[in-house]
Write a protein that binds this ligand. Structure first.
Ligand code: SF4
Length: 169
């Protein structure tokens, strides 16, 4: 890409750990010569989420009706969608108890508290939209961010990286 690539980093239901890992990449400052961050939920939740971007990075599982709409909008506005981290790629720990009713899970976490959003079972992003590439891990390793983004930024395509169950394996 000759011009600066436009990047968006969005969060769904997540701990923001993947975004934090991204923020801690030393090479990010250098990368700013090649990229322009249009939207980054960790810095500003109300940031420009409707921006057209070249690469959308999505952290978190789809766990509310509102997030279903959000991922569809992100897909419409992005040339490439990358699911980042176990929550986005596989649904995360919040998706593990699918055999229990949503109401029961909900009460365990929130009791009778009122919330503004409409909950649903946590699912990976790919359940609702086409995902072009996955970066695995919880959080992903910095080198995997660098490899994936660095490859996309030279108009090439990163190979899939199998993520080991155990880092020692
Ligand atoms: Fe947090 Fe891990 Fe989910 Fe990333 S994958 S948002 S680090 S729980």
């Amino acid at each position: 890409m000759r011009r600066k690539a436009k990047i968006g980093f969005y969060a769904l239901t997540s701990c923001y750990g993947c975004q934090l890992q991204f923020a801690m990449i030393d090479e990010l400052v250098q990368a700013l010569e090649k990229i322009r961050i249009e939207c980054w939920f960790m810095l500003d939740r109300e940031s420009n989420e409707n921006a057209k971007v070249d690469i959308a990075l999505i952290e978190g599982s789809v766990s509310t009706e509102e997030e279903v709409e959000l991922v569809k909008k992100i897909r419409e506005n992005a040339k490439i969608v990358v699911a980042v981290g176990s929550c986005a790629v596989q649904g995360g720990v919040q998706s593990w108890e699918k055999d229990k009713p949503l109401e029961e899970l909900w009460k365990t976490v929130y009791g009778d508290g009122k919330v503004k959003f409409k909950p649903k079972m946590a699912e990976p992003v790919s359940k609702y939209i086409k995902v072009d590439y996955n970066i695995y891990g919880c959080p992903p390793e910095k080198k995997d961010f660098i490899y994936a983004l660095g490859t996309l930024l030279i108009d090439s395509w990163p190979e899939d990286i199998d993520y080991p169950v155990c880092l020692e394996c």
